[in-house]
Design a protein around this ligand. Structure first.
Ligand code: GLU
Length: 517
């Protein structure tokens, strides 16, 4: 059991699930699955100011939605299915949430005694110390450092307080934190599984706060204690922790513990290469779900943000099973990964193409029902004829399917299916054709279409008959017809549009257009 691979996803419950966090969860999960390891969820809720109610539940919902299943950690009754309950206890702080697994609780605010114990042990061993500096003093210190263009760093003012001084201050009720006493000699280095060797001069490391005055640990202390006690073998997390890791390594060493392996994932970037931010677009997984992207496409897209199978592979579409099979931390890139929404659209479109019209209908209907053009159309059709409405929408979907990037787009580019159109004589004209030629084309189309019965009103038939009538001069016939049916510069072909609209509506639109001549 010694070398069992165990990885964790350790989000903070601070609101929505950021796509960057979701990627961390996905990579850790893929790595665990690929290597027969355990995937653990830990909630890092020690920053009380950033805590947002409901976000723990949201984390569970999103992971469950994605099929990223944790073996240990917090669960709700509903999100419980895949776990064989070992030790299970209801959370004291979050009603309805259960800590499941032998290394719990998995919620940091429920582990405060542990952090305190180790912080005190570090103090007793001379590896940490009490610091009574007030926020005002620290601010002044930082301002002075900034004025001298120095990096902000604690000046060790409290490092050499005597036992008596410390006891007295505590007795007088002075607030204090516990700081790590960095060993400033030499270097600390580690082998990052993605970035290779990272080596930092110890002199540059700050005596960071381990335990805050409210008794809560900082991330600096809690990540080390928990990763050790939860027997985490590989710490997979964001790039922002690369340069702090040497401080954590010193803590592992101070506590006499083995150091886990580290893999720091690249940043996510906006297309202009700045750090991915809300200002330039959506950053919450929920936003993409709500916009009608498919789960498979979101996962596929996120997996490619910083990873690909390499070795000249051009594969872009991966199921979860394929990702598990192919994922390799060594192939994760060091450089930041650009979040390119066009790529998500493309991937989503690939998945939609493979779906049946019935499946697309099931997914798209809720979006369609929110749109004004649809509401008006449905109202005009009347409440009774649900079957006919469904059939019509499915025809629209048949035509749109191959051009659809997401469900929320259904009908958006082809509103003419649902609305009356405005006729524009100039739009009906093919190239420099005269009025007479345009009118003639519309009449020919009308004659051809009138002869096709409702029963024969198939896409194939419409195409055959209209192409036959057009002969060599396709544009002369098909452009005015298409424009008469859609009122648009661009649209699907006239055969497709006529097929969706049906015989009656098609002929009526042609007649409307003819009135202009
Ligand atoms: N709670 C940290 C965060 O949300 C997680 C860091 C880690 O994975 O260790 O950024």
């Amino acid at each position: 059991m010694e070398n069992k691979i165990r990885v964790r996803f350790a989000p903070s419950p601070t609101g929505y699930m950021h796509v960057g966090n979701f990627r961390t969860a996905l990579y850790a999960y893929l790595f665990a699955q690929k290597n027969g390891g355990d995937f653990i969820l830990r909630i890092e809720d020690t920053d009380q100011e950033r805590f947002i109610k409901g976000s723990l539940e949201n984390i569970l919902i999103i992971l469950d939605w994605a099929g990223i299943k944790h073996l240990e950690g917090p669960f709700t009754e509903n999100i419980f299915r895949h776990v064989s309950p070992v030790k299970c206890e209801e959370s004291k702080k979050y009603p309805g949430i259960f800590n499941v697994g032998n290394f719990g609780p998995y919620i940091q605010s429920e582990r405060l005694d542990l952090y305190k114990k180790y912080a005190e042990q570090l103090v007793a061993d001379g590896k940490a110390y009490h610091c009574f500096c007030t926020p005002e003093r620290l601010e002044q210190m930082r301002n002075e450092q900034a004025a001298k263009k120095q990096a902000p760093m604690y000046d060790r003012c409290c490092l050499n307080l005597s036992q008596e001084e410390i006891a007295k201050k505590i007795e007088q009720g002075e607030k204090y934190v516990i700081r790590q006493k960095i060993d400033t000699d030499g270097f600390t280095e580690y082998e990052d599984l993605i970035r290779g060797k990272v080596k930092i001069k110890n002199e540059l490391l700050d005596d960071q706060v381990l335990l805050k005055s409210d008794g809560y640990p900082t991330y600096n202390l809690a990540n080390v204690i928990d990763d050790h006690l939860m027997e985490i073998s590989h710490v997979i997390r964001g790039e922002e922790y690369v340069s702090s890791t040497p401080k954590y390594i010193q803590l592992y060493q101070n506590l006499g513990w083995d150091v886990p392996q580290f893999a720091h994932l690249p940043l996510l970037l906006n297309p202009d290469k700045s750090k991915l931010s809300k200002r330039q677009g959506d950053v919450a997984v929920e936003d993409y779900i709500n916009k009608g992207y498919l789960k498979e496409a979101i996962i596929n897209f996120v997996a490619l943000l910083g990873w690909n199978p390499g070795e000249g592979s051009v594969q872009e579409i991966f199921s979860m099973e394929e990702l598990i099979q192919k994922f390799d931390l060594a192939k994760v890139h060091k450089a930041g990964a650009v979040f390119d929404i066009k790529k998500l659209d493309w991937i989503n479109a690939q998945y939609i193409k493979k779906m049946s019209v019935d499946e697309i209908y099931q997914n798209a209907l809720i979006y369609l029902k929110q749109k004004e053009f649809y509401k008006t159309w449905a109202q005009e059709k009347g409440a009774g004829d649900e079957k006919a409405k469904e059939e019509f929408i499915k025809k629209v979907l048949t035509v749109e399917k191959d051009r659809l990037a997401k469900f929320s787009e259904v009908g958006e580019n082809n509103k003419f299916f649902f609305q009356e159109i405005k006729y524009d004589k100039e739009l009906l004209r093919w190239k420099k054709n005269s009025d007479a030629e345009t009118k003639q084309a519309l009449e020919t189309a009308k004659n051809v279409l009138e002869k096709i019965s409702d029963a024969d009103w198939t896409l194939k038939n419409l195409e055959e008959k209209l192409l036959e009538a057009a002969g060599e001069k396709r544009g002369d016939l098909l452009w005015p017809l298409r424009a008469a049916l859609t009122g648009e510069q661009k649209s699907p072909s006239p055969f497709e549009v006529a097929w969706v609209l049906g015989k009656k509506e098609t002929l009526s639109r042609i007649e409307q257009a003819l009135k202009l001549f």
